[in-house]
Design a protein around this ligand. Structure first.
Ligand SMILES: NC(=O)c1ccc[n+]([C@@H]2O[C@H](COP(=O)([O-])OP(=O)(O)OC[C@H]3O[C@@H](n4cnc5c(N)ncnc54)[C@H](O)[C@@H]3O)[C@@H](O)[C@H]2O)c1
Length: 278
């Protein structure tokens, strides 16, 4: 293994990841630990975050990983955790806003209740609270401290659907006869992901003079044993002809969160197999 170029080295830096107990969170943690960061894996659900921290310690010998409970929708949650870390002398150098409530595709995926005409306000509020308001609250708590210290990185995990509209034909179910009953990708997903890119630009310029860089990463769909019919349809929309593997965003995390991207702020890095350019 060749030695890492110095500008990718995150030794001595602490990264906090929200929603770290899901599919991609552990990959983000692995990416940052691989280049020397100490990683705080936070999630509303403590058990998967703890499991991810244990798996990380096994996978990366000497990795410094700690699991913590953080509900990003709790108005005092991010601020409370930041204060707890202050008391321990731990400053967060890198914040990865990754938490989300995403409708899964397939039999357990969106139902007709996902359709705009009947979309429940309660669901809108809950999903926006996690994906968008939670990212703002975390940026407020941890980014403010970064600005005070004069350095830091915030990375917002958006989506290819932060720059294009969902193709609702992907989510059609053959066993649903009526057009008006077909499930769709919920409106919240588009709004949250477009909003995160707006938040990225806002924060990037807001703190540009304070040493805090803020970017977004927009991944395309990750293969996670979705129904073959869905996968085939989606692959047909992707120039590279396949979905991503879960580990395929790790190098981007290392780039965006390290000094390798020192001259990059306010941008959205789209890694989607080319889907959004077709
Ligand atoms: N998986 C994909 O194909 C894909 C594609 C593009 C973008 N993304 C984005 O990447 C990110 C991670 O996706 P994933 O597939 O790992 O999702 P996931 O659903 O597997 O994980 C999301 C995590 O967020 C946590 N969470 C939910 N509510 C929370 C709250 N209130 N406070 C803190 N944590 C909370 C969940 O417990 C879960 O562990 C999301 O922002 C998602 O939108 C994923």
């Amino acid at each position: 293994m060749p030695e890492l170029p110095k500008h990718f080295d995150l030794s001595g830096r602490t990264a906090l990841i929200t929603g770290a107990g899901g599919l991609l969170g552990p990959q983000h943690a692995r990416a940052l630990a691989d280049v020397g960061a100490r990683v705080l894996l936070t999630d509303i659900d403590a058990a998967p975050a703890a499991a991810a921290a244990r798996a990380l310690a096994d996978a990366v010998p000497g990795a410094k990983a700690e699991a913590m409970r953080l509900d990003v929708t709790d108005p005092g949650g991010p601020a409370g955790l930041a204060a707890t870390l202050d008391a321990r002398g731990v400053g967060v150098d890198i914040l990865v806003n990754n938490a989300a409530v995403d409708a899964k595709v397939g039999p357990a995926g969106p139902t007709h209740a996902s359709r705009l005409e009947v979309f429940a306000l309660e669901q809108w509020n809950r999903e926006v609270a996690v994906g968008l308001t939670g990212a703002m609250l975390c940026a407020q708590a941890f980014g403010t401290r970064m600005a005070e210290r004069g350095h830091g990185v915030i990375l917002n995990i958006a989506s290819d659907l932060g720059v294009i509209a969902p193709d609702q034909r992907l989510y059609r179910r053959g066993d649903v006869a009526s057009e008006s009953e077909q499930p769709v990708k919920p409106v919240t997903y588009s709004v949250i992901k477009h909003g995160l890119i707006g938040l990225t630009r806002y924060l990037a310029t807001y703190w540009a003079g304070r040493g805090v860089r803020v970017n977004a990463l927009s991944p395309g769909g990750v293969f996670a044993n979705q129904e073959p019919e869905f996968v085939a349809r989606l692959e047909g929309l992707i120039p590279l002809g396949r979905m991503a593997t879960a580990g395929e965003y790790r190098a981007a995390l290392q780039f965006l969160c390290s000094d390798a991207a020192a001259y990059m702020t306010g941008q959205n890095l789209i890694i989607d197999g080319g889907r959004s350019v077709w």
